[in-house]
Write a protein that binds this ligand. Sequence first.
Ligand code: SF4
Length: 478
Amino acid sequence: MGKRVIDFNLLEDNDWDDEIHEECGVFGIHNQKEYDVPRLMYYALYALQHRGQESCGIAVNNDGEINGQKGIGLVPEVFSEKILDRMQGYSAIGHTRYSNGEGSSIEHCQPLIFNFKGGRIAIAHNGNLINASKIRYNLENKGAIFQTSSDVEVIANLISRNGLKCNDLEEILIKTIDVLEGAYALVILTKDRLFGIRDPWGLRPLCLGKLGNSYVLSSENCAFDTIGADFIRDVEPGEIVIIDDNTVKSIKTNNNKPHKSCIFEHIYFARPDSIIDGASIYKARLEAGRLLAIEHPVEADLVVGVPDSGITAAIGYSRESGIPYGEALIKNRYVGRTFIQPTQKLRERSVDIKLNALSEEIDGKRIIIIDDSIVRGTTSFKIVQMLKNAGAKEVHMRISSPPVLNPCYFGIDFSSKEHLIAANYSIEEIRESIQADSLGFLSVENLLKTPIGTAKENYCTGCFTGNYPMQVPVHEAT
Ligand code: SF4
């Protein structure tokens, strides 16, 4: 077959959407009546905003009465001083959300609060269940009704159904998660306890911390730093952590499943100041850059990172290669989730709205530009154009992860295989399409060396290798 090149200028409307959409962030606190919980939750969710920008919510337990507030928008858009003043309570859970193909209406916002035989309960979830449709179908056949297409409502229905047969919530939760397949990190609030649950593979992160005499759970420990809590440990894959006024109890339900954290947390999702399963995200990105410089060296004058997640790898590349690092792409930090859908012409400029090139730093130079990944290729094309328009003599693109060849089934909203550029074009065809002078990706082998201090077998690499930690839906895997 001859060489095929994409003309990105001819792409239409939605084809410009090249974002990797984040997943969700969860946070929980069981407070010994020491703190103003709603405000703590506000700052904790603010620290987890990078994990989801579509909607957010907080459920608070006020002396056994659980109530919540949630809405579409960023944390400061949903929670005003007035709303926080109105919220009272000593324990709480919260959620920041990206819809991940589920609906984006207010009904889909979390935490989900519901009543069942065992009382009132609130749940917030991060991840994706691969057997949610099957469970939903079975439940509907037994008379269950659903308001949304969200996984969390499926889990709520299972809890309610299991609650008919038994009164012990711990037992109900063990029975519930026993039928779940896929990725989940859950925080659950009841009138007297806070639960944290991580799926048996540990695909999505969850950690435990302490603030004074109170305990906290979070998707990432960067939220602990924000509120002054100390990190205690990661919740183990398959573990249920139960926090009440007196104890922190642990139930292990792993059933010998292998640990398989999402390696993409290290490449892109997590904040660089977080540590997941014992590996520093910052060090992993630095190492990815260092290994990339060894794997794909090139003569150049300046190494530049695509803000924000390409920057640390660019520093690593610069240190290893000895080529100076420069801040030549400036990010507009106030562009977040957009309420107003841009027209096609504006959509084509979406990268320009977010980034601008510093021609003073670029003009006449050979630039190595480091990004975390290439999904559709449109962003890479725009960035190369931007650097060339700013006077770059050569643009060499280096990617601190391998080519994305397969979809993710565990909560990361990659495009379907047909829209993944690397699944359909060779590396040389991609290089030519994005009009870079050279292009190099980090190998899977080197990627697995980047989470320093942890075992390389402990990671899911499904989107790069097609090796998923569990059987995935066949019709989508091909
Ligand atoms: S398939 Fe990729 S993005 Fe999805 S969990 Fe595995 S490593 Fe993460």
